[in-house]
Design a binder for this molecule. Sequence first.
Ligand code: PLP
Length: 449
Amino acid sequence: LDREAAMHTQAPHSADLSNLWMPFTANRRFKAHPRMLAAARGMYYTAADGHQVLDGTSGLWCVNAGHGRQPIIDAISRQAAHLDYAPSFQIGHEDSFLAASEVAALMPDGLDRVFFTNSGSESVDTALKIALAYHRARGEGQRTRLIGRERGYHGVGFGGISVGGIAPNRKAFSAVLLPGVDHLPHTHDLARNAFSRGQPAWGGEPFADALESLVALHDASTIAAVIVEPLAGSTGVLVPPRGYLERLRAITQKHGILLIFDEVITGFGRLGAATGSAFFGVTPDLITLAKGISNAAVPAGAVAVSRGVHDAILDAGAGGIEFFHGYTYSAHPLATAAIRATLGVYRDEDLFARARALSAPFEEAAHALKGRRHVIDIRNLGLVAGIELAPREGAPGARAAEAFGKCFDRGVLVRYTGDTLAISPPLIIGEDEIGRIFETLADVLATVD
Ligand code: PLP
């Protein structure tokens, strides 16, 4: 016991760092200068050296209700003691059905069939497979083409990187990406829309009309689905210009193409509504979910599917297994317990409305950085902000990386991709803490070359 207690209180360097191959990390650089987290509660992490770090990113956009929430801890603990694991193939456990109903109740009307996964990447691959299965079930098996978008992030499965549009995630695997994928242009227009507050006021329709060009090129009869993030997060916070999502919906509907919204980030309150779909008033055919679904306390994800898509696949099933897909851990009892408790916290504390109410002071605080050194754009919606810095000459990303490190050392966790800093705090954040995040950033930017 003494040894165990000692391990938890020692500096990070007591562990041998060589065995762990860290994901999406410059391993050698990290291991030369490790920054470690040791504990978390509410809005704060405790770093391994003991200093408090305000969580400006909800972990990785996922701890929407804040850390260490007692109802979630209790639910997971109870479930672990009560039903540690139950298969979900050809047998069920009640919590999985209750969790599905509770997730469905938060989805747009009609998207009330729920398939459980363990991550965003799995949700994306599941949704793409559902899209293909749907067309095949309806006798349109030639509809196999999938359309993503430049700069899109849809996780790291082969399906997700194929429809994704982030070049470094794709290039090493380019020869084996899914065939028959095409991409819409991204919607970032810095020259016209820099420092827009909320949704850029105009310009959405022409970006969406690019889908008509792809339809003309490939023919609608070959296209299964279009997948986009309603607000692109991981690429550096790209807010959809007004009219964009509405036009995408109209074009997909006209051509019988399924529309998938990847709401792994925008789901569960990030924009001040249960979903981005509800926030923007645009309903797709499928929604991919993860992250905030379980407050990240247990890995979990889901795909919410329209009844029409679900029923078409079941109708074609001829009494056997209708959809040959699923995970050992689909609807894992710890995940469904975490999901139910998390949704309870969101409801009891009205956190989506809280995020909505905080989005105005959050926007003010973010845009107060305008005019600071290096800042070339500020983008925001709900409780998400992207602060884009001019890249350092010959070293893209270095400036944001330096700002990230200095913010951490001063007790604020931010995130960066390329030279964009992303802020996405838990929805329980207070106005003082919002102020602290952006004031710390302002101080730090003054010290970054
Ligand atoms: N889709 C989107 C929009 C995401 O932002 C992410 C993760 O950031 C994923 C999918 C992948 O999720 P995961 O890392 O849980 O596989």
